[in-house]
Design a protein around this ligand. Sequence first.
Ligand SMILES: Cc1cc2nc3c(=O)[nH]c(=O)nc-3n(C[C@H](O)[C@H](O)[C@H](O)COP(=O)(O)O)c2cc1C
Length: 203
Amino acid sequence: MAVVVLGISGSPHRHGNTETLLDSFLDGAKDAGATVEKVVLKDLDYQSCRGCNLCHKTGKCVVQDDAIALFDRILAADTVAIASPIYTMGITAEVKSLIDRGQYLWARKFVLKTLFFTDEHIKSHKGIFISTAGQNWDHVFDGAFPMITAIFNGTGFEYYDNVIANNMDEFKGIKNHPTAMKEAYRKGGEVVRVLKKIRGLDE
Ligand SMILES: Cc1cc2nc3c(=O)[nH]c(=O)nc-3n(C[C@H](O)[C@H](O)[C@H](O)COP(=O)(O)O)c2cc1C
């Protein structure tokens, strides 16, 4: 059974810096033998969380739109790579909105206690954050990390690694970055090999 790697592209800009970096990560995963899928959030139809808290009673979201189907795919994947550029010191509205819609999973875990991930499950499910930013500032990604941690925790993934590249304004595009594209490709392959080893799958 192949390792399934799901890439989630959260930039509203198709084939921009961040999606291009995600594509390189997915290429590396594919070449290492994974089954690779990509979802583009801007092409999906989903609402923001209404904050109605009905999920605290039912464990389900009252809004049955594309976000729910995507959470089903996330829960079925072995690796999830969430890609977002830095917008105003954080993740894009598309990614934040998706994360908020996972509140029904939070309710299952912490209110209803019907959802539980074993340590073994978490160790064999890896989450990767992929991001680009315009500024040349080392801390430019710091605002994004807690939200990415939240979605990985909520869906049973170990926050395994980041592929991040700043200073896009100066480089004038991810393809001119000296190392990021190769790093993304290498990390895509690496995570698949690590998972194969954990699961005892043949190379
Ligand atoms: C609305 C908006 C807000 C942005 N805010 C920031 C920011 O706070 N810090 C930063 O370094 N870059 C910021 N940028 C620049 C993007 O992060 C950068 O150009 C990124 O590589 C774009 O990725 P994309 O081509 O995938 O959309 C912003 C860009 C936009 C459009």
